[in-house]
Design a protein around this ligand. Structure first.
Ligand code: SF4
Length: 461
């Protein structure tokens, strides 16, 4: 019998953000990082387990304002962590407000996140990082050179295994000008890769009737294709566009229209499409959107338009009612689809989801077997796809540069355009110059591959 998982109560963090737009981006970064760690946001002092005050210390008047804001947060809540520009003057802050729990300086994301973990330890639970928490700010960012750009909240679908529409409500798209301004701000603050996220990216703007807004002297619609084209015209320096990835794209017909943008280099040739299954019967039981038979044909035509496109997806095995025949259908489909990256989950009931009432649960042992069989197939496909990259030279964005080893060799790791951070593979580099930094985009000659990652060396430009 299946057990039901109860969502744990998340710890809540309040934020008072003072100062310039860059400080606001920092606040967003901190909050979204905390959200990724399972915290929820509180819009008032009373509901917060801890309050962050992001200060400004540029002018004396700003310092006064910062000290006043810290005083107010202490009076209203009592549990206060200070960060931001005035954090450089920790002594002055502690002299005025000895009760503050911790003081960290501007851009010290790790330290401030650590301080929150120390003073309000996060709730633990298997679904905490799967279900986004409500918040006023919608960017997730780790580390600085890539940023998550959230374009809408909520969802109009009712997939049987999902409670997000109950938690977050119907689709509520952000205005296109607000999305683009935020993207521009992120790029100005050092972002070189934008990851567009939502619960249903292809549905962006449906709720606001794709309302156009003026942007740089032209009218731009709140529509995935228009947004993608504009994001591809931002400039990270020397007229180079940022890498722009679309996540959580359902294969509605208009998705075909972003392929030419990839072929033109305005959009990273990558689509994250959570297919979840292939069997029409299971998809129907799951009540999945854009569930139509022609997906394999469309994958083929996308590859004709943009041969470099990488498609990542996720699948659920052991959904109630999934028979051996349905599972075989999925495996055959995967063999034909040749997806670049695949994540898989064994079905687990979540409290409140419609799927819990479905008959014919799949026994745990069968779920395990199917999971293992699916992973074997997708790893084989991934290994062959990565092997085919050996000898090629590919652009790689650097995520991390190491320290020199005993021979003075410095290693680094990064990602190709086919790899999103945190969910896909990496490229490991040897002998990198010491001037290399996170966020640099370099040409890498691929020398080796395994089932997940690539290994290579930088080619001089
Ligand atoms: S599309 Fe389905 S799985 Fe995705 S958020 Fe909406 S209901 Fe949940």
């Amino acid at each position: 019998m299946n057990s039901t998982t109860t969502l744990p109560d998340a710890k809540r963090v309040g934020m008072v953000s003072l100062g310039c737009p860059k400080a606001l981006v920092d606040s967003e970064r901190i909050l979204t990082r905390l959200r990724a760690d399972g915290y929820a946001m509180s819009s008032d002092y009373a509901g917060a387990d801890v309050v962050l005050v992001n200060t400004c210390g540029f002018l004396d008047s700003a310092k006064e304002e910062s000290l006043a804001a810290i005083g107010e947060a202490i009076a209203e809540n009592g549990r206060v962590i200070v960060t931001g520009c005035m954090g450089e003057e920790a002594d002055a802050i502690r002299a005025a407000h000895p009760q503050v729990l911790a003081v960290t300086g501007a851009h010290q994301y790790e330290q401030v996140v650590e301080a929150v973990h120390e003073h309000a330890p996060p709730s633990q639970g298997p679904f905490v990082d799967l279900i986004p928490q409500p918040s006023d700010s919608d960017i997730k960012l780790t580390p600085r050179h890539y940023s998550y750009l959230k374009i809408s909240e909520g969802c109009n679908h009712s997939c049987a295994f999902c409670i997000i529409p109950q938690l977050r409500g119907k689709l509520a798209s952000r205005r296109i000008d607000a999305v683009l301004r935020e993207a521009e701000k992120l790029v100005a603050a050092g972002t070189r890769e934008l990851l567009v996220i939502s619960q249903d990216t292809s549905a962006y703007g449906v709720d606001i009737k794709h309302e156009p807004k003026p942007w740089k002297g032209r009218e731009v619609r709140a529509h995935m294709t228009d947004m993608a084209r504009e994001l591809g015209q931002l400039d990270i320096g020397n007229g180079t566009p940022p890498w722009v990835r679309l996540h959580y794209v359902y294969p509605y017909p208009h998705v075909d229209r972003v392929l030419p943008l990839m072929a033109e280099g305005l959009l990273t040739p990558y689509l994250d499409i959570p297919f979840q299954h292939a069997s029409p019967k299971v998809l129907k039981l799951m009540r999945r959107p854009a569930n139509e038979a022609k997906v394999l044909d469309r994958l083929k035509s996308w590859r004709e338009i943009c041969p470099e496109i990488a498609v990542r997806s996720s699948f659920v095995v052991g959904f109630p009612g999934e028979t051996e025949e349905d599972f075989r259908y999925l495996i055959d489909w995967l063999e034909e689809a040749q997806l670049d990256r695949v994540g898989a989950f064994r079905f687990e009931p979540v409290e409140g989801a419609a799927a819990n009432a479905l008959p014919d649960p799949v026994p745990e042992a069968v779920k395990e077997e199917r999971y293992a069989a699916l992973m074997e197939v997708t790893e084989r496909i991934s290994a062959a796809k990565l092997e085919a990259k050996i000898g090629k030279t590919l652009p790689v964005i650097i995520d991390e540069v190491g320290e020199p080893d005993e021979d003075g060799d410095i290693g680094a790791n990064g990602r190709t355009q086919a790899d999103a951070p945190e969910i896909d593979g990496a490229v490991y580099l040897r002998n990198v110059p010491e001037t290399l930094a996170a966020g640099d985009i370099v040409d890498v000659r691929i020398e080796e591959a395994d089932a997940h990652d690539l290994f290579g060396v930088i080619e001089p430009r």
